[in-house]
Design a protein around this ligand. Structure first.
Ligand SMILES: [Zn+2]
Length: 120
């Protein structure tokens, strides 16, 4: 990670920790809204369909958040291991500018273009 200064790395680490807190907070909110809905009586069928749809959407969102959380934790582990900010595809350093915008990025911008369908 020689291309990142100690300050830059510290900045990115704090950014990741902040993201982690945000995600955990959102996951907590999902959980709370879900338990509050369980206690709410489900009325007619239309309401029920809406409720099912909402549940599904919440589920999808929660999946996304959980996935993101894993990426954040993975990135934090890489900081500890000293392998953070190195492209996992070509081994080249990922620019600080890119990491600042996307601290969970594991590919450099060139590889990201090639592996486009893959979300980082
Ligand atoms: Zn690369």
């Amino acid at each position: 990670m020689e291309h990142l200064s100690k300050e830059q790395l510290e900045f990115l680490k704090n950014l990741l920790l902040q993201r982690k807190r945000e995600v955990l907070q959102r996951l907590k909110t999902f959980h709370e809204s879900e338990s509050s809905k369980v206690s709410t009586e489900v009325g007619d069928e239309i309401d029920h369909a809406d409720w099912e749809m909402e549940r599904f959407n919440q589920f999808r969102l929660r999946e996304r958040e959980t996935l993101y959380l894993k990426k954040v934790e993975y990135a934090l582990k890489k900081i500890e291991a000293g392998t953070y900010g190195i492209c996992e595809n070509c081994g080249k350093p990922i620019s600080f500018e890119r990491l600042k915008a996307r601290p969970v990025a594991i590919y450099c911008i060139e590889c990201k273009k090639i592996l486009e369908q893959q979300e980082d």
